[in-house]
Design a protein around this ligand. Structure first.
Ligand SMILES: *[C@@H]1O[C@H](CO)[C@@H](O)[C@H](O)[C@H]1NC(C)=O
Ligand SMILES: *[C@@H]1O[C@H](CO)[C@@H](O)[C@H](O)[C@H]1NC(C)=O
Length: 190
């Protein structure tokens, strides 16, 4: 009996606010905290917040400043996607190309704000990687390191090692040096 009363009460509460039925706000992508993009390619960043029925999506700088469109440089699309267009080094503007942004979604259910998203442009520059000679006693382990210029180190990952142009399938990795992803110990060392 109590249960029936309770359900009836719930039902009437529901009916009392018909505009709230099915209205919600939610995050599409919580893990979106940093977007690094190439200046020669540009980037599109969808608003990580959304709503049902569709919410008004707006972008801001972390300082709270509004985002305004800058022709050929920055544009917020009607669907809430932030776009930064490719640019030459001389057009770099840290307010636009290296800044914290956030997005809000607003509808009848209220308003939510995404976490700050670091949007950072990097310039492509030519670079070379090196391997230094290592000496090791026969039968012992030798550790080789892929030397990457520090200016690009953050953005470069080692995808393979080769010996005489033949790819080496990694065997045992050195536990202490494996973190940088480019150390390899091998029996192939003569
Ligand atoms: C969320 O953002 C991360 C980082 O940009 C991306 O790798 C991932 O694919 C996104 N997930 C969805 C569901 O959009
Ligand atoms: C929003 O519109 C832009 C431009 O038309 C498009 O590139 C982007 O993929 C759209 N994003 C979503 C989430 O629909």
């Amino acid at each position: 009996m109590w249960l029936v009363t309770f359900l009836l009460l719930l039902d009437s509460l529901h009916k009392a606010r018909p505009e709230d039925v099915g209205t919600s706000l939610y995050f599409v992508n919580d893990s979106l905290q940093q977007v690094t993009f190439s200046s020669s390619v540009g980037v599109v960043v969808p608003c990580p917040a959304a709503g049902s029925p569709s919410a008004a999506l707006r972008w801001y700088l972390a300082t709270g400043d509004d985002i305004y469109d800058v022709p050929h440089i920055r544009h917020v699309h009607a669907n809430g996607t932030l776009q930064l267009y490719p640019f030459s080094p001389s057009a770099f503007n840290s307010f636009i190309h290296d800044n914290d942004y956030f997005c809000t979604a607003e509808n009848a259910a209220g308003k939510i704000r995404s976490p700050n998203i670091r949007v950072k442009a990097v310039f492509r520059e030519p670079y070379t990687v090196r391997v230094e000679d290592q000496r090791s006693m026969r039968g012992n382990v030798a550790v080789f390191k892929c030397l990457i210029p520090s200016s690009v180190q953050e953005y470069v990952s080692v995808v393979s090692w080769e010996k005489d142009t033949v790819s080496i399938i990694p065997g045992k990795k050195h536990p202490g040096a494996a973190a940088d992803g480019c150390s390899l110990c091998g029996d192939w060392v003569k």
